[in-house]
Design a binder for this molecule. Structure first.
Ligand code: ATP
Length: 300
C-alpha cells in the first residue's frame, strides 16, 4: 500500500465539569464528548524519514515539524511496533486551530489509524487507545468518535447511546485560545471567588436527553466549567453566545477551552437559519453548520 487517507471529525464538549486542581497540575474532569461533522483529512504516504505538511487556510498556525501532533502520533506508533518506519503526512485542515474542537488530537488519532494501515501493523484499537492516551487526554475520544463520557483527565471513556442526530452551528473566532491559559484562568477565578470546588459530576438529565434524542432538553443541559474563564480572556464571546440565544438556539456554549462557540438548533433548517442570523450579526469570523454524532477516524 502506498498511501492511506483518513477523515476525522472535530468534537464539542456537551458537558465539561472541571474538579479542583490536583497536585500533579491536572484537574479531574467529567467530559461528555460529541463528534461533529467538521472534518480534517489526514493522508499518510509511504516514504523514508518522517515529514508533515499542512494545507488549508489555517495551515500557517499549525507546526509543520516534530511538534505536530500527527507526527508525534506516528513516531509513538513506530516506537510501539519497535521499528523505524517512515511516512509523509499531509493534513488538510478544516477544524479550527486552537479553537476548543480538538483538531490537533483529531489529527493524531487519524495518523494512528492511517499509519497502522499503511505499515500493515494490524494493531487492535485497544493498542491504539493506549498510545492515544499517552499523546493527550483528548486523543482517545478522537479515536473513538460518536458520543462518550470521559473521566480522569478525560481519557477513561465510556461510549453513550444517542438516539438520532443533533444539529449544530459553530461560530469561529479570530485567533485561538491556549488550553493551558484557559485552565489557569479558571483556577484564578475560582481562587478569587473563594467558593469550594467539588468533584466533577455527570448530569443524568443530559444523558437522558442524549438517549431519547431530545434536543430541547439537551440544549438546557449544556454546561462548560471553562466558559467563564474563556469569556474572561475573550469578553466578546459573551456577545456571540447572547446573539445565538437571541436567535433561538436551544443551547449556547463555549466549546471546550474556546474560543469557538457552539449552538444547538432544533433541526437542520433551523441550523441554516441560525447560521445566517449569526453571520448577519457579525459576531464571528466564520459560521459553520454541522451535525453529530458522527463516527471517529474513517479510511476513505
Ligand atoms: P483542545 O480542544 O483539545 O483543547 P484545541 O482545539 O483548542 O484543543 P488544537 O487545534 O488541537 O486546539 O491546537 C492546539 C495547538 O496545538 C495549536 O496551537 C498548534 O500549535 C498545536 N498543534 C500541533 N499539531 C497540530 C495539528 N495537527 N493541528 C492543530 N494544531 C496542532
Amino acid at each position: 500500500m502506498n498511501s492511506v487517507t483518513v477523515r476525522v471529525p472535530a468534537k464539542v464538549n456537551l458537558r465539561l465539569a472541571v474538579g479542583p486542581l490536583r497536585d500533579d497540575g491536572f484537574h479531574d474532569l467529567v467530559n461528555v464528548f460529541h463528534a461533529v461533522s467538521i472534518f480534517d483529512e489526514v493522508r499518510a504516504v509511504a516514504e523514508t524519514g518522517m515529514r508533515v505538511r499542512v494545507e488549508g487556510e489555517s495551515a500557517s498556525e499549525v507546526p509543520q515539524d516534530a511538534d505536530n501532533l500527527a507526527i508525534r502520533a506516528a513516531l509513538a506508533l513506530a516506537g510501539h511496533a519497535g521499528r523505524s518506519y517512515g511516512v509523509s503526512i499531509v493534513i488538510r485542515k478544516a477544524i479550527p486551530v486552537a479553537g476548543g474542537m480538538a483538531g490537533g488530537s483529531a489529527d493524531a488519532a487519524a495518523a494512528l489509524v492511517a499509519c497502522n494501515e499503511l505499515w500493515g501493523l494490524g494493531l487492535p484499537v485497544e493498542d491504539l487507545m493506549e498510545i492515544a492516551a499517552d499523546l493527550g487526554s483528548d486523543v482517545p475520544f478522537a479515536l473513538l468518535g460518536g458520543t462518550a463520557v470521559g473521566t480522569g483527565r478525560g481519557e477513561r471513556l465510556s461510549p453513550l447511546d444517542v438516539d438520532g442526530t443533533f444539529h449544530w452551528v459553530f461560530a469561529l473566532a479570530d485567533g485561538g485560545l491556549s488550553t493551558a491559559r484557559v485552565y489557569g484562568e479558571c483556577d484564578r477565578l475560582r481562587a478569587v471567588s473563594g467558593e469550594p470546588v467539588g468533584p466533577p459530576r455527570a448530569s443524568e438529565p443530559l444523558l437522558t436527553a442524549l438517549r431519547t434524542g431530545d434536543a430541547k432538553a439537551l440544549g438546557a443541559e449544556l454546561a462548560n466549567d471553562l466558559q467563564a474563564a474563556a469569556i474572561s480572556l475573550r469578553p466578546s464571546l459573551a456577545t456571540t453566545l447572547e446573539a445565538g440565544r437571541a436567535h433561538g438556539a436551544l443551547g449556547a456554549i463555549v466549546s471546550g477551552s474556546g474560543p469557538t462557540c457552539a449552538f444547538l438548533a432544533e433541526s437542520a433548517e433551523h441550523a441554516t437559519a441560525l447560521a445566517a442570523s449569526l453571520k448577519t450579526a457579525g459576531v464571528a469570523r466564520e459560521v459553520l453548520t454541522a451535525h453529530g454524532p458522527v463516527p471517529g477516524p474513517t479510511v476513505v
